[in-house]
Design a protein around this ligand. Structure first.
Ligand SMILES: [Zn+2]
Length: 234
């Protein structure tokens, strides 16, 4: 999971959301009504999906696991708790079926004072709560929020751990190639790097490359130099 930067919506869509929220509020809508209103707002949902795809990593990847295709809009705060946030842009994230329907469902743990424990990657930097082991492929929690996020989304399930390890190996090869290839090819390799699933692996590699003494497992000076060049777009 990595930080997602939320885009501003066009005015017409922002007005549409405000109007729909006003409607739910006037009805004092419960979760059932909010869900029905959400389901019937097909055009609005389709426009929102377009903006979420623009924000997602890789090719429309899930904003929680970074692996599978983001298939649906997830209400970060579930509608059964906050039905009036059905059309709140700040409550919308793109999620895959596994994270949305099998992992999170309606689970939304809170701490002792009622603050959400799950990480919303569009408002919080996941790196403050989660640490990714590049060699092992698994996440380790740095905080109780990290712990809850790993548990609810199943971030350490076997397929994700294997996928991150494979992405680490693949990314090292691509970065070595980036350091050696002709200028014309570099653009294609950069595009491929940013289109890959598991953007968290490349992000963790960039973070490690910034250290005064980057760890040897990154693949040596050639890979570190390519990471720094990739980060600075040179
Ligand atoms: Zn997912």
């Amino acid at each position: 999971m990595i930080r997602i930067h939320r885009v501003d919506l066009p005015e017409s869509l922002a007005r549409d959301l405000a109007r729909r929220t006003g409607g739910l509020s006037a009805q004092k809508a419960d979760a059932h009504r909010a869900r029905a209103a959400w389901k019937s707002a097909k055009t609005t949902r389709s426009r929102l999906t377009g903006h979420l795809v623009e924000m997602a990593t890789g090719v429309s990847r899930c904003m929680y696991c970074g692996d599978s295709l983001g298939a649906a809009i997830d209400h970060f705060e579930p509608l059964h708790e906050t039905p009036l946030r059905a059309f709140d842009w700040l409550n919308h994230l793109l999620a895959c079926t596994h994270c949305n329907s099998h992992g999170k469902r309606d689970r939304f743990p809170r701490d002792a004072v009622g603050a959400p424990l799950l990480i919303d990657p569009s408002s919080t930097d996941p790196a403050d709560h989660l640490w990714l082991s590049l060699t092992g492929g698994a996440y380790e929690p740095l905080t109780p929020r990290g712990e809850a996020t790993i548990a609810v989304f199943g971030l350490n399930r076997a397929d994700l751990v294997m996928g991150r390890r494979a992405a680490f190996t693949r990314t090292k090869c691509m970065l070595r190639e980036l350091g050696r290839c002709a200028r014309e090819e570099a653009g294609e390799i950069r595009s491929s790097l940013s289109a890959q699933p598991f953007a968290d692996v490349l992000a963790a590699m960039i973070t490690a490359s910034r250290l005064a003494n980057p760890p040897a497992f990154l693949g040596g000076p050639e890979v570190v130099a390519a990471l720094r060049a990739y980060e600075h777009g040179s």
